[in-house]
Design a protein around this ligand. Structure first.
Ligand code: DGL
Length: 274
């Protein structure tokens, strides 16, 4: 009997699809099961307790579907829930399974993009308030100076498909200016939110040419490939039939309609009640 053991990819909503898109490009042979908690998204401004509760429910559901490994493809969930899941939940309930996030793999590498070692971070309020990037980047690049700014209007601009409109310009320029005003030496900006890569074209319009913008999808994909190489026992447990499944806690018709802009191709999702 062939049993399916897909890699679980979780996000509060659609944003994680920008990460799955890159993972699938780099590692096409694996099975993936995507869960978007659209009914309760956005997570960006929610408390630690709430983000932890919601994320844990989703992690439990993905484990119940047979996932041996889950990627929290959401910065807010990685910032507010991952550590407690790894340190408190997994050792007691699933010592043989793993949950990974997007912050550490990004922090490991982001300093290499910057010559000045002055790095700007844009994310949700929750991600910025958690200081997760400050703490993680300091571990890998102790000399780097990190400046953060929350841009909470950017997620709704993307979710409501208003992000290419001229109305979006005001919020994009405003948040970039606030970040850049923190230091004239910033030469690299990390988009530390899964939605923001969709705004790349607009972001670049408002940035001086010498400033690099970094999206996380390719970084997280590369880091997963590396993880699977370093953990052959986990790699062997992940099934490889190129099967892709999508689940949402909200209406599948809405999910399917909005997903294409994040994933680059049509998806067929199913509803799940958590
Ligand atoms: N996926 C979230 C993140 O990367 C953004 C959307 C939300 O606030 O739920 O932080």
């Amino acid at each position: 009997m062939i049993t399916s053991a897909p890699i679980g990819i979780f996000d509060s909503g659609y944003g994680g699809l920008t990460v799955l898109k890159e993972i699938k490009k780099l590692l096409p042979d694996y099975d993936y099961l995507y869960l978007g908690d659209n009914a309760r998204s956005p997570y960006g401004a929610r408390s630690f307790e709430t983000v932890y509760d919601y994320t844990l429910q989703c992690v439990k559901w993905l484990f119940a579907q047979g996932c041996p490994l889950i990627i929290l493809a959401c910065n807010t969930a990685s910032a507010k829930a991952l550590r407690t899941i790894q340190q408190k939940y997994l050792p007691v309930h699933h010592p043989e399974k793993r949950v990974l996030g997007v912050i550490r793999p990004t922090a490991e590498i982001i300093g290499n993009y910057s010559s000045s070692k002055h790095i700007g971070i844009l994310g949700t309020k929750g991600t910025v308030q958690s200081d997760s990037y400050l703490i993680e980047i300091a571990n890998f690049f102790p000399d780097a100076k990190v400046y953060q700014h929350a841009s909470p209007m950017w997620v709704p601009l993307v979710e409501n498909n208003e992000y290419t409109d001229s109305g979006a310009d005001y919020f994009i320029k405003k948040d970039i200016d606030i970040l850049l005003n923190k230091s004239p030496k910033i030469d690299t900006i990390l988009l530390a939110c899964t939605h923001y890569p969709l705004l790349l074209e607009k972001i670049n319009q408002f940035l001086p040419e010498n400033i690099k913008v970094v999206s996380q999808g390719p970084i997280v994909a590369g880091s997963l490939a590396d993880y699977l190489k370093r953990h052959p026992e986990m790699e062997a447990r992940c099934s490889k039939q190129r099967n892709l499944q999508f689940f949402t806690t909200d209406a599948p018709s809405d999910f399917d309609k909005h997903s294409e802009i994040f994933f680059g191709e049509k998806v067929n999702s199913r509803h799940v009640n958590l």
